[in-house]
Design a protein. Sequence first.
Length: 98
Amino acid sequence: MSIVLVGGHDRMHDVYKNVCGRLGHRVKIFTQMPAKFDKMIGNPDTILLFTSTVSHKMVGVAVKEAKRKNIPLLRCHNSSAASLEDVIKNIAPNNTAC
């Protein structure tokens, strides 16, 4: 499954990537808003927002793209590796990678 992760801490980029990889998912991580962010989202299976560490503008763009492309949107207040792992396991309960 492909995931777009919006928000989080810059220093946790590699940790987020490792958690998703270990669970068998591809991930694009955006901790800062790049130019043409709406074009960079692509067509993932889901978009995950870390709401405590993301700008309002990034949330607006992500929500707009999710609605436009009919992509499931999940929100998580905490941006820790454990929270990411819990959310991913709830998305795919049949995951046997762990």
